[in-house]
Structures are given as C-alpha cells and as structure tokens.
Design a protein around this ligand. Sequence first.
Ligand SMILES: Nc1ncnc2c1ncn2[C@@H]1O[C@H](COP(=O)(O)OP(=O)(O)OP(=O)(O)O)[C@@H](O)[C@H]1O
Length: 278
Amino acid sequence: MAPSPPAATAPESAPDALDRPETVLEVRGLGQRYGAHQVLDDIDFTLRRGELLATVGPNGAGKTTLFNCVTGVSRPRTGSVSVVGRDVTGLRPSAIVRAGVARTFQHLALFETLTVRDNLLLGRRHAMRTGSLATTLRPLRARREEAANRAVVAALIERYGLREVADRTVETLPHGVGKVVELARAVAMEPAVLLLDEPVAGLNPEESAEFAGHLRALREERPELAILLIEHDMPLVLTLADRLLVLNFGREVATGSPEQIRQDPRVIDAYLGRRSAE
Ligand SMILES: Nc1ncnc2c1ncn2[C@@H]1O[C@H](COP(=O)(O)OP(=O)(O)OP(=O)(O)O)[C@@H](O)[C@H]1O
C-alpha cells in the first residue's frame, strides 16, 4: 500500500542554506530487522551538499527500508541519521521534513482528489514559518506568506510544464505527469536533501527521458541540493549519479563512482551481471 502523503505542518526551524555544513546527510551503523529477518545491517554513508548518490541493488536488498529509516517512516533498530548536523534518529516523519528532508515515493503519494496546485501548496506550507496560532495572531503576516507561497507554486507549475493541468485533480492525470507533480511538490519544500524512490518506474522511454531532464535541470538550478536516489534503470543511474551505494541482502556491497562500480567484481556478481560490465 502506498504511504499516506505527509501532513502539512509548519516548521520549527527551516535550515538556512548559508549555514549548511558540507555533509547534509550522515547515516551511521544503520540497522533494521523485522522479526528474525535482518533487512539492513550496519549501513554507513554520507551525502554531501550538491551530491547525487544512487542506492542500487536487487529487489529486496533493503533500499526502500533505508529510505524509510532516514525519513522516519520506520524506526531503525540500530545506528543514527543526521540531517544538516542534527540527529534526527527516531523522529516523526513531519519533524524530519522540517529538518530539511523531502521525499517522493515508489508509488505516487499525492492527494488524489486535490488539484496539482493544491498539492504543491501543501508541500510549500511545510516550509512556512507560520503555524495556526501565529496565523490567528498575525493575520497580515500569514496572508503575505500565503501570497508568497502561491507565487512560488505558480513558478514551479511553469518550470515543470504543468500549466495546463494545474487546476485538475491528480486522479485525472496520467502516471507520468503525477511523477513530475510529486517531484515539483518535493522541490516546493526547499529541502536540503531530496530522496527519490524509483522516480522513473512505470514511465515510458519518453517520459523517463523527460524526467531525467528535470533532474539534470534541478541540479543546475539548485546546486546546493543533495539527492539520494533509488533506481533500477542502470544506464540512467550511471549517467546521473556522482556516487553509487550498492546494497545486497541489507548490506553494503560497495560504494564508489559510476566507473568504480561498473568495474567492481563484487557488484558485477551481485547485481550488474557480467555483460553490463563488458
Ligand atoms: N514492514 C516490513 N515487515 C516485514 N518485512 C519487510 C517490511 N518491509 C520490508 N520488508 C522486507 O525487507 C526486505 C527489504 O525490502 P525493501 O522494500 O527495503 O527492498 P528494496 O531493495 O527496496 O526492494 P525493491 O527494489 O523491490 O523495491 C524484503 O525482504 C522485504 O520483504
């Protein structure tokens, strides 16, 4: 079942881009177990500002579980997760969003009966400083903030080519368009770290190429943004990623540049197969 879309809540403190340290996501000794099944075991990695790290591995390797532990959907049994220098291990998903993490899901997690514009506005409100009490006490400031959010969302609608569908409900859209809306909503949240779970799964080759174009443009436009990507499309991953983290049976098999990973015999045996490496 697809997880529910995250609730729109006001932030406690939005991370300031200028104060961001070089390492924006730090995962140490992360482990997860379901019953006797060790799904993740002692996972360590860091994600630097502006970096795209792809997590790859066969089905059941633990990639989505890793995302769930980082985003608070699942509480890890061992280890820690820090975002922009702050330990967020075991916090609720909404608190981790406020710490600077946005995510898209393997199966779309948008509000289906809301319009594209309203879905983006909900994402945007995660970045708002005004809570409901402040809205009551300072209505003018809240109105100004709402107008600013609407302007940001309007710009994103243009940027992602969504003008024609902006006032349609998500349930009426093709799957490929929904994927772009989900990306735009995550960008609206102005995260320090963006997690993308199989963003091109189920897309046809044209839609997939269009999505990859959006990702490349996003990295140029927001060079600070760090991206953690799960994707099975290896040609795409090898062209997009700065580094790859290869998992198998919940353990790290290798971490390295696309070139290093392509030639790593452990990765070839576990995942890529002989022919991909030739
Ligand atoms: N809530 C859960 N309870 C029990 N087992 C789970 C749970 N979530 C995941 N698993 C198991 O953990 C293992 C890793 O699953 P996960 O979804 O993280 O793998 P994945 O690498 O993302 O796979 P895929 O590429 O197919 O999405 C699988 O064996 C899965 O059945």
